[in-house]
Ligand binder design. Structure first.
Ligand SMILES: Nc1ncnc2c1ncn2[C@@H]1O[C@H](COP(=O)(O)OP(=O)(O)OP(=O)(O)O)[C@@H](O)[C@H]1O
Ligand SMILES: [Mg+2]
Length: 233
């Protein structure tokens, strides 16, 4: 399991605090207008979207004691199942392809594609096989159906969708139209400012609920909590 997964870092009060603060803000913002389906994205690759999606899910599940459904929305390079050591046989693609009646009864689909994560109150809908034409799949109309259905099944639950980066490909922008809000992640010392601006411009600004600054090197900030020896990376 990834050493930076919150379950592994559970004993570090500083890290826990950061996530709790983040969660409180998100939960508060979402509660005001019943926003329960959130997309995590960033400008470019490897800024920490997937790890943050998971850690956010863990914090929300812990604080709210509600179900959190993590959906891997990265159909080109799905990774959430790897973080959780799951080898999925079915997932998002099975859902998209079910029109052919692959599973028979509608109810059976969810029992096949929703995997227990091994962490309390968190389930995963993985991507079982990477695809080369995600835009085609994502615009098929099935994704909004899935979100609607999940909201109905998990009445007070949260849906967190991990996505690819915004700038090089359109997948995250397509997904952003289906969700209630977008959480935009920026890696400290990561992409140049213009690239971040471009990504924000490509997303619908009004959907961005907030920004997470990831990967800050606390040593260089001389953080005043006695954590000088701890790199949050
Ligand atoms: N704050 C952090 N501290 C330490 N390691 C981190 C942090 N954020 C991300 N990482 C590590 O960086 C690597 C990339 O993270 P992750 O897979 O979450 O990025 P991503 O944005 O989802 O990448 P991609 O665009 O390829 O999907 C992982 O090994 C992850 O564990
Ligand atoms: Mg990722």
């Amino acid at each position: 399991m990834n050493p930076y997964l919150l379950t592994m870092l559970g004993k570090d009060p500083f890290i826990l605090d950061q996530y709790r603060n983040l969660c409180t803000k998100i939960i508060w913002t979402c509660a005001v207008s019943d926003k329960r389906c959130l997309l995590i994205t960033s400008s470019v690759a490897s800024e920490g979207k997937s790890l943050t999606s998971l850690n956010l899910a863990i914090s929300i599940a812990e604080m709210k004691k509600e179900q959190v459904i993590l959906v891997d929305g990265d159909l080109r390079h799905p990774s959430l199942h790897k973080f959780l050591d799951i080898q999925p046989e079915h997932g998002l693609l099975s859902y998209f392809q079910n029109e052919a009646g692959y599973f028979g009864k509608e109810d059976d689909i969810f029992s096949k594609i929703v995997y227990p994560s091994g962490i309390d109150n968190i389930s995963l809908i993985p991507v079982e096989k990477s695809v080369s034409n995600p835009a085609e799949v994502l615009t098929s109309g099935k994704m909004p159906d899935l979100i609607r259905e999940l909201k109905q099944r998990y009445k007070n639950g949260y849906i967190i969708i991990d996505s690819p980066p915004v700038v090089p490909i359109s997948d995250a922008i397509i997904l952003s139209h289906y969700v209630d809000g977008v959480i935009f992640l920026v890696k400290a010392g990561g992409p140049p400012r213009e690239v971040v601006h471009k990504a924000v411009a490509l997303l619908e600004n009004k959907k961005i609920l907030g920004v997470i600054l990831n990967n800050i090197n606390l040593v260089s900030y001389e953080y005043p909590y006695g954590y000088k020896s701890y790199h949050y990376k």
